[in-house]
Each structure stands twice: as structure tokens, then as C-alpha cells.
Write a protein that binds this ligand. Structure first.
Ligand code: PLP
Length: 424
């Protein structure tokens, strides 16, 4: 059977051990959702855990901190234990707290210690802008400027980074390195293990932004001895819009003082002594600041349960099959329409989404949406398509490429302006 036939897609779905998880999610009829790398879909279990936590507020009022199915005082720690296998760390090295940008601020405030000549922070020119804004503003708190003290590693092709170029930037004026695990546009996976070894050989601390890998790609942060990491939980982790984020701090840094302190970073036994002197927790919990966002954390319980059942390795295996299948179909069906597959082809270098580059990308995305396929557009000319292991099927991938072909063949995209919407 040819891979371009729908029967082939259906046969892949029949063999798919994760296929039944699709029924766990709310998928609107006739919609093909390919945007799980921006906002994962709601699952029935996440909905249930939201309702459970709402109910504990309803029933217990203030006593919900210690009573109910998930006492709020320990809820961040409960979720951290569930999340730890996704990053390859022990439960005390992880805390569910804050947001990506806020956690990055916390970690730079805690681990950026400029000394003598070592004052620079390495980042890369392809990183998500919020990360660069945060690093720049942290530098200015030290009286430095982003222009002079942030060393941006350049991309050779506009899409990817070479580990070699990053390592070459690790000179003896560098105090800290912040990089993404998976690049948000091209989906390139960086070699975290190799980069961490290289940084440590040069006495440089290194941290990673896991926004585009967590829930999609396995990590071994502990084994690789990464110093710290941070992420959001609304993309591949399906924690809902504005879901509480997470951070990881390697145990060798336990006992240090958080750069941005607040009472929820206290040793939990001592927190309610309400002493004027803070006694920080001796684990990653020390990097929390204020009262945890219980409502924004509540979907994570239901969602992380599914990750625990399935395991991140099985998710990665299916994700790679989906993206591989998508690339095969794109090459077969869209060869005459000038698309460039700009994500890496190699299995180990490819994250959870496909990145298609096309001059008409903005309006092709608009035409896709009209045809009920949800992609996302990344300015100026990129289309991200993320077939997600837990809820997308091989047939979804097949249909997406067929619809894309129709849009190109009939030039349906020409009905729209080639400009991004406010949110893209
Ligand atoms: C999604 C994403 C963010 C978003 O930051 P928030 O603080 O969660 O809004 C930051 N960095 C990267 C690399 C991302 O992919």
C-alpha cells in the first residue's frame, strides 16, 4: 500500500498503541488541530482535576490548604513529583511554579554571578524574544547592557544553530549560558548533554528553556548535570492557557539563596513561623516566590496522570513517526509548490513539530484555518504544524497535507492578505 493513500494512514492508526488517548481529549468535530506546540488541548482528566480543586474551595474555604483531595499547601510538590520524569530529574529538583519568563528571571537572579572578567551571558539570536528581554533586563540590574554583555550566538542559515558555534562562544568572559532545548521555530533539538559538558569544562553555568520539548521529547537533566531549566506547561503538557510553569535546579545547588525571595520559598515546616528571617527550602522549592496559582495548576494533575501512564518514551516514539510521515507526504504531494521543510530531518535533531517555510505562509495559514486545519504562523514566513502523540492521528496528518495541497492547487490562499493577525 502506498503511503500517499488514506488507507495507509488508517492502517498506521490501527497499529497505534496510543490511539485510544485521542478519546481522552476534547477535539471539536471536523477540526484538525495542529497547534499543540502553542496551546495543548483540554483533556477530560484535566477538566476533572480543575473541578475537583474548585470543589475543595467550595467545600472547605480556607481549610482547602490542608484538606480535600489535593490540599493546596502541598499541591505544587505533588505536581512536581508527577512532572519530574518528563525532565529526567528527581522530585526535589523540580517545582511547578511561576511562568517561563518569571522563572527565567528567578534563575538568572539566582545563578548569574558576574565576577571580574566573567560577566557575559550567552544566548542565541533564534531564541524566543521573551527570554532575551528577561536576560537583558537582568543584565541592566547589574549596571550592564544587553548589547555589550549578552553574547548572541548567530545562526548560519536563519533556522538552526551549530553546537560547535555555541561552544566556540564559551570564552573566559562568560558567566552563564541560557539556551532553548528545542528551537521554537525550526524545532531543532540542541545537544544538551554535549553543551553542558562543554560549559562545565570551562567553569560556566548552563540552563535550558524547555518550553518546546517538555511533554514531547525526553530529557535526562539530572544525568547530564544541567544546572537549571525552566518551562511552561500549556504547550505539549496540555495544562491550559496560562498554566503554571515549572523549573528545575540541580541538587548540587541546593542550599543556595534564591535571587528573588518570597515566603513560599521557605522550608515548608518553618514557613508559618512567619519569622522575619527567611529559611529557604533545601530543594528546588526555594525558588517559589508567593502563594501558588492553584487554579492555574489544577488542570496539570489530570494531564500529568496521562503522561505517567503512557511514559515520555512512547510519546516521543509516536511523535517522531507522525512528523516523519508528515514530511514524507509533504515531499510526495507538495513538491511543486515551493515549500521548504526547514526543521532538521534527523530523528535526534527533530522536535515535535514540522516547520514549513513559504513566501505566502501568512495567507496559507488563513486558508488552512478556513478549511478547519489549525496551524500556527511564525513571522515572517513560517508555518508550524505539530501532530501531537496523545491526540493526533496519522489520518489527521494525511488530511492536513491533502488540504494544504488543495489550497495550493486552487490558489485559495490568494483570497486573503499575506499579513499576520494580532495573535499569530
Ligand atoms: C512559549 C515560550 C515562552 C513563553 O513564555 P511565558 O512566560 O510562558 O509567556 C518563552 N520562551 C519560549 C522558548 C517559549 O517557547
Amino acid at each position: 500500500m502506498q503511503s500517499t493513500m488514506v488507507e495507509y494512514a488508517k492502517s498506521l492508526d490501527e497499529q497505534d498503541a496510543l490511539g485510544t488517548y485521542r478519546n481522552e481529549f476534547y477535539i471539536q468535530p471536523d477540526i484538525i488541530y495542529m497547534d499543540g506546540n502553542s496551546l495543548g488541548l483540554l483533556s477530560k482528566r484535566a477538566e476533572k482535576s480543575v473541578l475537583t480543586l474548585l470543589d475543595s474551595w467550595k467545600q472547605y474555604g480556607i481549610d482547602g490548604w490542608t484538606q480535600g483531595e489535593h490540599p493546596w499547601f502541598y499541591f505544587s510538590e505533588t505536581l512536581s513529583e508527577m512532572c519530574a520524569p518528563l525532565v529526567g530529574a528527581s522530585k526535589d529538583e523540580v517545582i511547578i511554579t511561576g511562568s517561563t519568563s518569571a522563572n527565567l528571571h528567578q534563575l538568572v537572579a539566582s545563578f548569574y554571578r558576574p565576577e571580574g572578567k566573567r560577566t557575559k551571558i550567552i544566548a542565541d539570536e533564534l531564541n524566543f524574544p521573551s527570554d532575551l528581554y528577561a536576560i537583558s533586563s537582568q543584565l541592566s540590574l547589574h549596571g550592564f547592557t544587553g548589547d555589550e554583555h549578552m553574547k548572541l550566538v548567530k545562526s548560519r542559515d536563519g533556522y538552526s544553530l551549530q553546537e560547535e558555534d555555541i561552544i566556540n562562544a564559551m570564552t573566559n568572559d562568560v558567566a552563564l549560558i541560557i539556551l532553548p532545548s528545542v528551537l521554537y521555530r525550526s524545532g531543532q533539538v540542541l545537544d544538551i548533554k554535549m553543551l553542558t559538558e562543554a560549559a562545565h569544562e570551562r567553569n560556566i553555568m548552563i540552563g535550558f528553556d524547555l518550553c518546546h520539548s517538555i511533554g514531547s521529547v525526553p530529557h535526562e537533566l539530572d544525568k547530564w548535570e544541567v544546572d537549571f531549566a525552566f518551562w511552561c506547561n500549556y504547550k505539549h503538557v496540555n495544562g491550559g492557557p496560562g498554566a503554571t510553569g515549572g523549573l528545575y535546579v540541580n541538587r548540587k545547588h541546593f542550599g543556595g539563596k534564591p535571587g528573588l525571595a518570597g515566603w513560599f520559598g521557605s522550608d515548608k515546616e518553618k514557613q508559618f513561623d512567619l519569622s522575619t528571617q527567611m529559611i529557604p527550602a533545601t530543594n528546588a522549592g526555594a525558588y517559589q516566590i508567593g502563594t501558588p496559582h492553584i487554579m492555574s495548576s489544577s488542570p496539570l494533575y489530570g494531564s500529568l496522570e496521562m503522561f505517567a501512564e503512557v511514559g515520555i518514551d512512547a510519546i516521543r516514539e509516536k511523535s517522531l513517526k507522525l512528523t516523519n510521515y508528515m514530511m514524507t507526504l509533504i515531499e510526495h504531494e507538495l513538491s511543486e509548490y515551493n515549500f521548504v521543510i526547514a526543521n532538521p530531518r534527523e530523528t535526534e535533531k527533530r522536535g515535535g513539530h514540522i516547520f514549513l517555510v513559504h513566501d505566502e505562509a501568512a495567507r496559507i495559514c488563513k486558508a488552512l484555518k478556513v478549511q478547519q486545519v489549525i496551524p500556527d504562523f511564525r513571522s515572517p514566513n513560517g508555518i508550524r504544524l505539530a501532530p501531537v502523540a496523545l491526540y493526533n492521528s496519522f489520518e489527521d496528518v494525511w488530511k492536513t497535507v491533502q488540504i494544504l495541497k488543495l489550497i495550493m492547487k486552487e490558489q485559495r490562499y490568494k483570497k486573503y492578505e499575506n499579513k499576520r493577525d494580532v495573535i499569530a
